[in-house]
Design a protein around this ligand. Structure first.
Ligand code: NAP
Length: 277
């Protein structure tokens, strides 16, 4: 925790205007009556290192980084957590008193905590997990599911080569399934995760056939605009427990806020309302 008189934090990305992180952290600052602020900072790729070296001199105690900076930030950092190394990207940076940058990735933590909070009784080891997508977010989800004890990850991505790369990296508990057969993964899956952008407002529809879904499966979507995606609606109609993606965003903010401002904040309905407002 910082002893700075007016600690600042923020989120660096490009574009960044749409980010909900300022609402999230400002809600917590207000709730816990803390001094400080959290701002969105548009930063272009080439400027990241200069900006990160300058921010501590301006009173910043840490920042979140988002697209397109997550991989580059990891390489700029002086110290990196094991989970950020495994994921290969950082989303939470803390500026240490000796001037060093400490990098973490809390996306997988946020994902797991969201399921624990909103799908009571959910256990990663209940059975195989079906993961759609092999982009940046999928890396964090796979690391988190394996770490939490998922016996197997069935992974399908439109571009198969990207899924194969993840299998090579994360080992034999990952099994790649052809995209045209992605629906077949559902027959075995106890946990189902959409990490693609399909179903997002303005993006293409999620068209994987869902008739194989098991009614005892827990289904979650990383997409949270809209909050209830067609995948979640269909899964819910089929009797599955469903969890929306907003909770992941809220929970991933907890470790950073605690490090920067010294209070472990709560994720609750008031926070959801504030972030959606
Ligand atoms: P990314 O690295 O760009 O990956 C995008 C993924 O979507 C890839 O697997 C891509 O497949 C797939 N995809 C895109 N268009 C497709 C299409 N028309 N048909 C089939 N697959 C398609 O993005 P990301 O960072 O992983 O983010 C993915 C989603 O997760 C976004 O909607 C993002 O907002 C969301 N997200 C949410 C949270 C949260 O806290 N809830 C956190 C992180 C991300 P290809 O490899 O074939 O292109």
């Amino acid at each position: 925790m910082t002893d700075h008189p007016y600690p600042l934090a923020g989120v660096l990305g490009n574009p960044i205007a749409h980010s909900r992180s300022p609402k999230l952290h400002r809600h917590w600052l207000k709730t816990y009556d803390l001094v400080g602020d959290y701002v969105a900072l548009p930063v272009e790729g080439d400027n990241l290192e200069t900006v990160l070296k300058t921010l501590p001199k301006m009173g910043f105690v840490g920042v979140n980084v988002t697209i397109p900076h997550k991989v580059h930030a990891l390489h700029i950092a002086d110290q990196v957590t094991d989970r950020a190394t495994l994921i290969g990207a950082a989303n939470t940076l803390t500026f240490l008193p000796d001037g060093k940058i400490y990098a973490d990735n809390t996306d997988g933590y946020g994902f797991i905590e969201n399921l624990r909070q909103n799908a009571s009784g959910w256990r990663a080891n209940a059975g195989p997990a079906a993961v759609f997508g092999a982009g940046g977010a999928a890396r964090a989800i796979i690391v988190a599911l394996l770490d939490a004890g998922a016996p197997e990850i069935l992974l399908s991505n439109r571009t198969r080569a990207k899924a194969e790369t993840l299998r090579q990296e994360f080992g034999s508990r990952v099994r790649v399934v052809e995209w045209v057969q992605a629906g077949n993964m559902l027959e075995e899956a106890a946990t189902v995760v959409n990490t693609t952008s399909l179903g997002m407002k303005g993006a293409a529809e999620f068209r994987v056939p869902l008739d194989g879904l098991r009614p005892d499966a827990v289904v979650t979507d990383l997409v949270y605009t809209p909050l209830r995606t067609p995948l979640l609606d269909t899964a819910s109609e089929m009797g599955c427990t469903t969890v929306d993606g907003l909770g992941m965003l809220l929970h991933q903010g907890v470790p950073g806020f605690e490090r920067w401002f010294g209070v472990r904040p709560e994720v609750n309905d008031a926070l959801r309302k504030a972030v959606l407002a």
